[in-house]
Design a protein around this ligand. Sequence first.
Ligand code: GAF
Length: 388
Amino acid sequence: MKEKVLSVFKEKYGDGGDIRMYFAPGRVNLIGEHTDYNGGHVFPCALTIGTYGAARKREDRKIRFYSMNFKDLCVIETSLDELVPDKKAGWTNYPKGVMWAFKGRGYEMDCGLDIAICGDIPNGSGLSSSASLEVLTGTMLKDLYDFPVSMVEIAQIGQYSENNFNGCNCGIMDQFASAMGKKDHAIFLDTNTLKYEYAPVKLEDAKIVITNSKVKHSLVDSAYNDRRNECERALEDLKKVVDIGTLGDLTEEEFEAHKDAIREDVCRRRAKHAVYENQRTIHAEAALKEGNVEQFGKYMNQSHISLRDDYEVSCEEIDVLVDLAWSVPGVIGSRITGGGFGGCTVSIVKNDAVDTFIETVKKGYQDKCHKTAEFYVVEIGDGAHRLS
Ligand code: GAF
């Protein structure tokens, strides 16, 4: 992939000069869903699939973009003086947003650049292709312009640009995983403090299998923002009776003791998920640390039920995939992963059950939903970096 991007870069922009190559991964979240904007914990890992990019500084203020994923589009040109969102500019709003956010933090690019990218994250799968593009851009800018930013700041800048330039009110999990991932480890991140710890994912006799439903329901962004608002309303009500900053500050017992202060039933259920899921994530990480993968799988299953029933971010197709997965002997745990309303499930499957898992789920999904699922047996990779 790296060679392909480099040769396309040269074909589009010409050879010579200091062309540098970078990679930023996509992510899969093992557990801790919809907790990142509620001050809770998440437990994602970076994947070995992601976005590759080649870049070279220019002498003028032009910025040129080319993506091998949208071959029908030609080179898209803008300038350092035009860093504003533009619907017509499509995917380039992500890198532009990051440049704009760097500038807002006082990191002024003194010249433009040419960029060519190519990603191997399946389109619309919910494995964070946009976060990987943001983090890729941040990694390029840090290296090419010598900006003294840490990888954690790159994640923060990515999230800030997505919230304020691209209008999606996401939490920090996806950008953090892409920037800070570590091979064979998941990141146990407290989104309230940004304290994190790497937890080895030693699955000697099991694999992580992602199943792509190939479904993406409309209104994903508005439904996502609705969930956020409902959690905020629940928090406001709770703050009248208990001294907390976020839903992540509550234990299950404290929630049960104070939940009647939440006036709307729907907000109570959303808050219940956020509180229980946060606690589940803390327990799940501890179980994994102790080598108790079976227990970890049980928490994954509970997470799915809570996302399905209380948070209501699943959908028919995803529930079919998870039910089928649960029916296969050798499946340790299975749940929806990411924002929801389609996208992917993540399952931990015993090595000798992987083939049966894929066969059973594929056939059952085809029979029940008349759709063809895709399966990826994934490896956990490193966070964003410059390629040699
Ligand atoms: C999406 C968001 F981008 C994340 O911040 C997170 O909230 C996730 O949905 C749900 O856990 O991926």
